[in-house]
Design a protein around this ligand. Structure first.
Ligand code: 3HC
Length: 311
């Protein structure tokens, strides 16, 4: 069903149906999706670094195997999302270059350091928890390949969140040192996780158009609020304190009142001034250079195979 013309595009969006790669679509819709899906994919790939550096220091073989599986999943999510972006007419090489040169970004959250083993639990619980809150609505996004990629990603993300929460639970029920380590990690990851949802709605440049095109289904602040409401009871079960003295249930609103993250800090981190921004991009560039021989070998093998087929 290759759609033609804007009228049919608008009709498909209005009917809550899916736009597919060969359908006619406004250039701005295509460009906006390439921007978001590419940055989402870059986030998955860069997100492997903060967790990857604890694989060799996991406290047990079981924890090491779980963390290894999670980091491998993130690589898969990245490849899935790069493939979804390619259906919009952009090549993998262009996307790699956009990340490596800093032209395209990745999620602010991965520019923070992972200082202790408890960070692995805090990231699973909070960062993957926030990712789930953000990604479940994206399963109903109007662009078919992105929505379908999200369905698979969300299933694996639930495992990521569960393993992080369980690991933090063990620490929070452990020795005083372990409890202190868990609390310290929650203190450091709480506000950056709230910031993951983006600037406040009033400062969101893309939300109005993204919601009109049914890419973004809920606003940044709506999802942030949903995340806070979800985390408060979970923190109580864990026995950790969320680092926000203003966190209180508001009966009138039916939600928790909370202190917003520092949005000036978010914009500084988004512009490349995060605690680990330079290190993350340098690491990714080194990995890309180190992997050049693999790409060349794969290309040479493919060319040889094609010559055989053509002969
Ligand atoms: N980190 C980096 N940049 C951010 C950001 C963040 N946390 N939040 C907002 N921005 C940027 C936007 O990209 C935009 O800049 P741009 O025009 O240069 O792209 C600008 O700030 C204004 O923000 P908007 O709210 O107008 O932008 P969006 O409508 O795109 O909303 C978003 C931001 C909610 C992150 C949206 O892009 C989105 O839902 N993206 C898909 C989800 C995603 O990327 N998640 C990454 C989290 S990591 C992850 O999921 C991996 C998991 O395994 C942990």
């Amino acid at each position: 069903r290759a759609l033609d013309g804007e009228a049919s595009f608008d009709a498909v969006i209005a009917a809550d149906q899916k736009i597919e790669p060969r359908d006619a679509m406004p250039d701005a819709y295509r460009a906006g999706l390439i921007r978001q899906i590419a940055q989402h994919a870059h986030s998955e790939i860069i997100g492997m670094q903060p967790e990857g550096n604890w694989i060799s220091r996991a406290p047990s073989l079981r924890r090491k195997a779980i963390l290894l599986a999670k980091v491998q999943d993130e690589a898969g999510h990245g490849l899935y999302l790069y493939a979804a972006a390619e259906t919009l007419g952009v090549s993998r090489a262009e996307l790699d270059t956009a990340l490596l040169t800093g032209k395209q970004k990745y999620s602010s959250i991965f520019n923070y350091p992972t200082l202790s083993w408890a960070d692995m639990g805090a990231i699973g619980w909070l960062v993957d928890g926030a990712a789930i809150v953000n990604q479940v609505p994206l399963c109903r996004c109007s662009y078919g390949p992105y929505a379908r990629a999200m369905i698979r990603v969300c299933k694996e993300e639930s495992f990521h969140q569960r393993q992080g929460y369980q690991s933090l639970y063990v620490l929070a029920q452990g020795t005083p040192e372990q409890r202190a380590m868990a609390q310290d990690a929650v203190d450091r990851w709480w506000y950056p996780s709230l910031a993951m949802f983006g600037p406040p709605d009033a400062d969101s440049t893309h939300s109005a158009q993204s919601m009109a095109w049914k890419v973004k289904r809920f606003s940044n602040d709506e999802l942030r609020q949903r995340f806070v409401d979800m985390c408060v009871p979970q923190a109580e079960i864990l026995g950790v304190t969320l680092p926000d003295p203003n966190l209180t249930w508001n009966e009138l609103r039916g939600h928790y009142d909370y202190t917003s993250p520092d949005f000036d800090e978010l914009m500084r981190v988004v512009k490349g001034d995060g605690p680990c921004s330079r290190q993350r991009l340098a690491h990714r560039n080194r990995a890309h250079e180190d992997g050049a021989w693999v790409r060349e070998a794969a290309a040479a093998y493919a060319a040889k195979k094609n010559r055989k087929v053509m002969a």
